[in-house]
Design a protein around this ligand. Structure first.
Ligand code: DAH
Length: 348
């Protein structure tokens, strides 16, 4: 077979194969085989020097022609393949459906929500029922029924956001609840002991914002009423909570405190996570951090909801929620929770 016949043969073979090429990878193969450095065509062009002058002219011209032809068909095929990948849209717009997609951002629970679930789970496992209550509350439930009458100085400790209740069509004074304690009354009005509940939710105070204060934060209220409940049950339950939430080694301290709706009243503190009791900036050099108020439900509170304090007794507690993730993760500014900065929120 002379060189010219060989070229024609090669050309036919190459074009025949190109017609069957259906992918970018197959096209790359084809190009290497017929136009690459080690292809027959390239070899032929290299061998031109060995031919006579006449032959060289004829073979050279045809070989270059075929090469140019194959290159043109290659370019055409490339275009055809890329067009096939496009899904055509309106007009002459097109979409390459083989491009990698964009990952949509995946949402997650807010760190405060997660802590609420975790705390609720701990109490639920000890037999407490988890429920919620209204954020706009009657003065009666927020103060009055909790032994905090109109002129009581304890009202001054809770900077209250009042609702213009007459304008809102209300009959009695209303406010944004300053604590979750009103749910103690609401629940006991409807349910007689034995009862055990925890009530997580938002509370509101009319306060200036800084690293440790915001006008809206969360609390979780606890209430247990039954025959024969004493301070021992209160301490046992809260110790157990602390062991499960903070770990076995963290010390817990109870001290006497005053809240109008309990008698006696206590505050519970845990050993500071940073200094482990020796005193630092976080705990104000005391070594302890207060996390909740608690006590034995005041007999007058029970009487008001028609539960006989001679038969029944109970304990209650109210815990600030934001403090707990702050202590656990070392977050030094409460405003971070509500700033909506995803760089902060994505860490949880
Ligand atoms: N409601 C109180 C507050 O916000 C906390 C509290 C103290 C709740 C004692 C209780 C309790 O149930 O027994 O400051």
């Amino acid at each position: 077979m002379d060189e010219l016949t060989r070229i024609e043969h090669l050309n036919k073979q190459a074009l025949g194969e190109l017609a069957g090429v259906a992918s970018d990878a197959a096209l790359r193969d084809w190009r290497v085989r017929y136009l690459g450095k080690k292809s027959q065509l390239t070899a032929m062009l290299r061998r031109l020097g060995e031919l006579s002058l006449v032959e060289k002219k004829a073979v050279g011209a045809r070989a270059n022609e075929v090469k140019a032809g194959l290159e043109a068909f290659l370019a055409e095929k490339e275009q055809a393949l890329s067009k096939a990948r496009m899904v055509s849209l309106a007009g002459d717009e097109a979409l390459d459906v083989t491009l990698p997609g964009r990952t949509p951002p995946v949402g997650r629970l807010h760190p405060v929500t997660r802590i609420i679930y975790e705390i609720s789970d701990i109490f639920a496992s000890m037999g407490f029922q988890v429920l919620e209550g209204p954020e706009v509350e009657l003065d009666y439930y927020n103060f009055e029924a909790l032994n905090i009458p109109d002129e009581h100085p304890a009202r001054d400790t809770m900077a209250t956001l009042w609702v213009d209740y007459e304008k809102e069509g209300g009959q009695r004074p209303m406010l944004l609840r300053t604590h979750t304690s009103p749910m103690q009354i609401r629940f006991m009005e409807k349910t007689k002991p034995p009862l055990r509940i925890v009530v997580p939710g938002k509370v509101f105070r009319y306060e200036a914002t800084d690293a440790t204060h915001i006008p809206m934060f969360h609390q979780i209220e606890g209430l247990a009423v039954d025959k024969g409940i004493s301070m021992a049950e209160l301490k046992g339950t809260l110790y157990e909570f602390s062991r499960r939430f903070f770990g076995k080694d963290r010390k817990v301290r109870f001290r006497a405190d005053y809240f109008p709706f309990v008698e006696p009243g206590v505050e519970m503190a845990i050993e500071c996570a940073v200094c482990r009791g020796s005193g630092c900036r976080l705990c104000g050099a005391s070594g302890w951090i207060e996390i909740l108020g608690a006590g034995m439900v005041h007999p007058r509170v029970l009487e008001r909801v028609n539960i006989d304090p001679k038969v029944y007794s109970g304990f209650a507690f109210g815990m600030g929620i934001e403090r707990l993730p702050m202590l656990r993760y070392g977050i030094d500014d409460i405003r971070l929770f509500y700033g909506g900065d995803l760089r902060f929120l994505r860490q949880f």
